[in-house]
Write a protein that binds this ligand. Sequence first.
Ligand SMILES: [Zn+2]
Length: 469
Amino acid sequence: MTVGNPNGEYLLTNECSIIEHMQRGTMRISTDDDGTRATVAHALVSGAPVVLSGVTVPGTLLSGLDGRAASGRAASGMRTTDIGIAGGRFRRPADLAGARRVQAAGWTLLPGLADAHVHLDKTYTVSETGMADGTLMGAIRLHSEVSGNWTRADHLQRMRRAVTEAAAAGTRHLRTHVDCPRPPDQMPGWQAARAVQAEGDVTVQLCALGALSRAQDADFTDRCRQVAAAGGVLGAFVAPGQADRALFEDFLKGAEAHGLDVDLHIDEGLHPGPASLPVLAEAVLATGYKGRVLAGHGCALSLQPEPERARALDRIAEAGIAVASLPRTNLYLQDRSPDGTPVRRGITIVHEMRAHGIPVLFGADNVADAYYPLGDYDLLHLFGEAMTVAHLDQDPDGWIDAIAGVPARAMGLDGGRIAPGAVADGVLVQAADWPGLLTAPVAGRLVLRDGAPLKEDFGSIAVTQGDMA
Ligand SMILES: [Zn+2]
């Protein structure tokens, strides 16, 4: 069960055994608050009330708990505080008299993270598709050539890998788009995603993605019904420069009739001319659509001249549309030319949107497919990349909710806060400032569900020699 190393430590390799030992109390780990990962994990797995002492939390994600400014010079906006955990929820330490205190200085606690824009039906397929020419249309062509061969089982295997990796990195909620050129129940990717939805430690919300013109198809009502049956979201792809106000209204009316939220791929291009997002906003306002609207990409807005840009932002805000910015695919697919260096970043105008009160989130989008051959499901790494692309570094604390509460709310879910009474989902990362947090390896993190470590997280817990009874 154990493997020794020269430092007198043991690496536990049998996760079931360690859990059994912990639950039976036959394994002892030092309880003198040494702040190691094993100590924290052991305290939490016991189920007894615990207070994490001196833990760091980004200030905007902390609610209803006191804290003092973190001392690190690269920790702007972070707070240092004590946080109780009991009964699967975060608690005020004052309400947990006699609870075991565990030294958590040097650790940052984040709430469960959320990614509202991924494509699990395409993920990890780049070795089959090959890498495209780097354009959106090239990726669509390449993907279409092979995706018709994929079975439900093929999808299931890849989706499980993605969800497992997302969970290990600290993700609690995922929304996946699934290509649905036919009604969703006929699509192997949709069938697989529904199976994964029922399985794991991550909420998986499904969005049926098809061309916006599907709203005029004879089977549009069937599409809406099947999406509703999966607790899903109605998706649409709006080809660059092809916004049609009447079509948007048909789409929104269909969604409304079935109680569906909507999620659109829109303005994914840097073509000159009017952007489509303002047209969507007008359609939302004209129809009085009451559901949530999430709009992904919005690249073309970055090219809009003033005063059209300011007017567009006003209307998007008035319509209550949230925006998913997807920096990796934008950097890869936008401003592509066969023999030149890209200049325009493609990312939408996230600072201006936030200043207009538009909720902005960041998503991984494509991971290891024809649309983006690299990437992963680690939202902290993604946030670090977004920081570089969009210059979020002057206010990381103001932006960190873009991978926590903003996407959770866009999905109609609670979460994204460390607050007394909130479900104790989250992730502990061994870092106490922004550079440390955003470059921390996944392997050293401790993911919490209902106040206990994820079972999968016990694969490599180091404990000191002599800790075993
Ligand atoms: Zn996408």
